[in-house]
Structure formats: C-alpha cells, structure tokens
Design a protein around this ligand. Sequence first.
Ligand code: GDP
Ligand code: IMO
Ligand code: MG
Length: 420
Amino acid sequence: MVDVVLGAFYGDEGKGKIIDYLSKDSKYAVRFSGGNNAGHTIEVDGKKFAFHLIPSGILNKNVKAILGNGVVIDPKVLIEEINNLKENGYKVDNLYISDKAHLILPYHIELDGMYEDIRKERKIGTTKRGIGPAYCDKYERCGIRMEDFISKNFKEYLKTNVENKNVILKAFGYEEIDFDKVYNEYKEYAKILKPYVCDTTTMIHKALKNNEKILCEGAQATLLDIDFGSYPYVTSSSPTIGGVSTGAGIGSRYINEVYGVIKAYSSRVGEGPYVTELKDEIGDKIRELGHEYGTTTKRPRRCGWLDVVALNYAVMLNGITGIAMNHLDTIGKLDKIKLCVAYEYKGKKEEYFSTNMDFLTNSKPIYEEFDGNFGDISKCKTYDSLPENAKKYIERIEELTNTKIKFIGTGPGREDIIVR
Ligand code: GDP
Ligand code: IMO
Ligand code: MG
C-alpha cells in the first residue's frame, strides 16, 4: 500500500524524476523529512520544475500532495512554490500541510550561517536554509508548528523565540532579528497557508483503510542521515526508512516497496568524506556531462564513481527492494567506467561500510573496470534495446547488491526512463 523512494547515496540521485513516474499510479505523495535544503528536478515537455518542499508527485493532477509532520517548512519558500505552480497552470488545492510540521523562521537561517562560521574545521557546508536550527528547536521543544502558526499563539511564541535567539546572535556579533518586521511579514504568510493545514496523520490512515496507494518521497539521502550518515557531515533529519514512520506517521507494516535511487556514478555537495571522489579531469568531465550543479544552492557537486560498498549499506539499512539508477546516458559517454566493489582499509580488503570517520577518510576504493561508449541511448525504451556494455555494467551492480535495478534513467525528461 505504501511505496517509498529514498536517496541511497549523498543526495541528488534523481529522486524527483522517479517520484514523478511512480506517482502516476498513486493517490498520495508524501514528503516526510527535510525542508527546502532539498531540490528535486523534473523536466516536463522541456520545462524544468525544481521542487524544494512540495512533493514532486503534485505534477500528476490526481495526486494529493502531503507535507508530513517530519518536514520543516519555510513559509516564504512554500508560497513561492505554490505560486510558481499556479502560474504554470497547476491547481494547488490538492496540497495538504501537517499541523505538526515545524516552521523555519528568519532566525533559523541567520543561526545556520552563524554556526557554519564558528564551526571552523568542522564546517559542514550546509545549504544555509535554516534546517539544523529548526530541527534543534523542535527537539528543544521551543519550535513553532503549523498549528501554532495559524493560531493566535503565533505572535507570543515568535516574540519569545526572537528574544532568546537575539541573545545568541548578539553574543556572537551577528545581526539581531527585528520582531515587528518578521511578525508583520509572517502573519500574512500564515493567512495564505491556513487553508492547506490539516491533520495529515488521520488523512493518511483513512487512505490506508481505503486501500489507497501512497508514495513517500524521501529527501536528502542515506549517507546524510543524522544517525546513519557520515556524521557530522550530515543533515539534521532522518532520510532513511525510519523517517517514514516518524515523519509521516506510517508504521512499518504498511510499507511495501522501498526504492533506493542512485546515479550510474555518484556525487556529493558540501563537506565530508567521499571514498570514490574523483578530484581529476574525469570528475570534472562527469560534472559537465551530468550538469552536476546544485538544484538548491547552485554549488558545483563533487563527482566520482559509483560505490557498491556504500550502496550495499543503503540496501541493508533501508531494506531496499529495488534500485532506480539514473544517468545511464551520462556515464555511457565515457570510454571507461569504474565501479567500486570494496575498500582497502589499513592494508585489508573491506566490503562493509562504516561511518567511522577514520575508516571513511582513510579507505581506498578497489575498482572493477567496464567499457563505456554506450552511444545514444535516449531512444531506448526497453532493457533489451540497451547496448551490451550497458547491460554488463547494470547486471554486475545487481549481482553485487543482490537487488534488481527496476528503473533506469536515460535522460532528464519525465519520459526518459526504462521500467523493468
Ligand atoms: P534529487 O534531489 O534526487 O531529486 O535530484 P536532483 O534533481 O537534485 O538532481 C538530479 C539531476 O539529474 C537533475 O538535474 C535531473 O534533471 C537530472 N536527471 C535525473 N535523471 C536523469 C537521467 O537519467 N539522465 C540525465 N542526463 N539526467 C537526469
Ligand atoms: P536532495 O533532496 C544533496 C547536504 C548539504 C550539506 C549537508 C547539511 O535534493 O537530494 P543542511 O542544509 O541539510 O543542514 O546541509 O547536507 N544536503 C544535500 N545534498 N542533496 C540534498 O537534498 C541535500 N540536502 C542537504 O549540502 O552537505
Ligand atoms: Mg537534489
């Protein structure tokens, strides 16, 4: 009844495109974690949509799009996204926002920048969208939820928080927040968003009772998970499978397929270890061929080979039942392709991933090499029509992960997908 799409590496694997495809047969598309640090791209008839908050499933008009309780919401960004959809002819009355979702407010954004400045060598390279500080407030229990935002409590809650945050900002010499300015601006946003706010937990469970299909859209990815990622170089939420339960209220017994999304190579934005990173001209070439520049921050993405050690960790942790692999077209433009099948750590071969920082920074990749030059595969609509070199690469990944690659991306367009 519930299928889940998750990032299996460090994000930007092309989850948006896979969600768009799968939500054709779903009644609901649910975001359960993260905020507008995410950037999910879908190209429809040559037009590019980049969603930061609204679930990518919304482009299918029969889908009800839900922002679950686990999401942190910057109201300004959400309203911009709603307006952009309306300008493009989409009705947005099928959007629902959890009354339990927390807000990102201007002091979170200011604090995100401040903490990055004072972290020194432990700088994370965050998106500076206020994500970490907003989740901190949630767990500190001073966060402001959607339910508060649209109630008369908002003014009082905001005032207390602004006063408290200003103490910190002032102590570190950062610009203080002007309560009146923020309140006057945000109370207008609350009026705009009020009609969308509801109890999405009950809504989801009514749908489950009626056997309606739900698709959960992961943001970020396994290796950015606050617990299971490369801490501290992670985000502040749970993009792994457990996030579906805590961030949407869906118990594990409802979950059916878990799709892990990867690229035929890999990428990472921000700081932190990355075993298969290519700091040479091949990495630059992949970045240019794959247009690997951040959807949210426009930062150039670090690029490298696909890492099966990390992928097997994602498969294991999330219980991935099928893989979606994008950018087969991009990797097929290279003469030779490498696939990391194990690490060498302290002179020993290691096949299990660990988030231990010494392990991650000192492991060296062990590669198998494949022939590239797949030619133009953009017209391939079936697995059989793919060139032999591409099939050899795909089937080796399946063998090493013991998991079927069910979806293959052959281009950025909505239709550029092979379903097996
Ligand atoms: P997400 O955050 O996981 O949704 O991924 P992003 O949207 O941040 O980044 C994926 C990028 O790859 C976007 O620019 C997509 O349009 C593009 N993309 C997705 N699948 C494919 C594919 O199969 N081939 C090519 N060439 N581009 C793709
Ligand atoms: P999607 O959903 C790639 C990274 C940031 C940084 C770290 C922490 O598009 O795959 P944060 O702002 O969350 O505190 O930053 O996490 N990061 C992402 N990298 N794709 C994303 O989302 C990301 N969301 C956060 O670059 O390294
Ligand atoms: Mg992205």
